[in-house]
Design a protein around this ligand. Structure first.
Ligand SMILES: CC(C)(COP(=O)(O)OP(=O)(O)OC[C@H]1O[C@@H](n2cnc3c(N)ncnc32)[C@H](O)[C@@H]1OP(=O)(O)O)[C@@H](O)C(=O)NCCC(=O)NCCS
Length: 173
């Protein structure tokens, strides 16, 4: 049987539709999108909590100096968020960043991204990995609803007094 194509390629993926029917796609991160998404992500979720800097976040989204692949999320052609994946990580890929920016949250885009994350890895790996902050109970509920379970608590990983949960989903080899 032929090998499935290498996962998490630097190319455009059409990944389905949001709840309102608009097409959702992942595309390799552009410089201009990184500037917009850098500013938008530091205003929300764990990045706001930890006081991330917009310029450094944008620089991280543009970086090509590591093994991560970086995508902009598009919904109906509009910028809707960002995804960063390291693969391989630990017998599977690691979702280092998933951010859906506020006007686009709650429309099923995050669910589409997680389904794509699993589909890409299936046939190559036994595990999917991600981290979520202990205080981010909404995101934890979202990941649990998609089959992720807490594999370890990493206390003080980013800042003393804050825990990060390492979450894992087992997938069929
Ligand atoms: C968590 C997140 C990725 C989910 O993506 P999404 O496109 O909003 O998710 P979906 O529309 O597919 O699913 C919505 C579910 O996510 C959860 N959720 C978490 N944070 C949410 C938010 N700010 N707004 C809406 N839903 C949110 C809800 O539990 C919701 O569940 P429900 O449908 O049972 O009500 C996205 O809301 C987000 O980026 N939030 C802020 C940043 C963050 O916390 N990222 C995760 C870091 S590990």
């Amino acid at each position: 049987m032929p090998e499935p194509p290498r996962p998490f390629r630097v190319e455009r993926y059409e990944i389905g539709a949001a709840r309102d029917g608009r097409a959702v796609a992942l595309a390799p991160m552009t410089t201009s999108a990184a500037d917009v998404l850098g500013a938008a992500t530091v205003a929300i979720g764990p990045w706001a909590h930890y006081g991330f800097d917009a310029a450094r976040m944008a620089a991280g989204l543009k970086s090509t100096s590591d093994a991560a692949v970086r995508y902009q999320i598009e919904c109906g052609g509009a910028l809707a968020g960002a995804v960063v994946i390291f693969c391989p990580w630990l017998s599977g890929p690691y979702l280092q960043l998933l951010a859906v920016i506020p006007p686009h949250q709650g429309q099923g885009i995050g669910a589409r991204v997680l389904a794509w994350y699993e589909t890409e890895a299936r046939g190559h790996f036994r595990n999917l990995w991600l981290c979520v902050s202990g205080f981010n109970t909404d995101a934890q509920r979202f990941y649990r609803a998609h089959g992720f379970e807490c594999a370890a608590t990493l206390d003080g990983l980013i800042r003393e007094g804050d825990d990060e949960l390492l979450m894992r989903k087992r997938i069929e080899p």
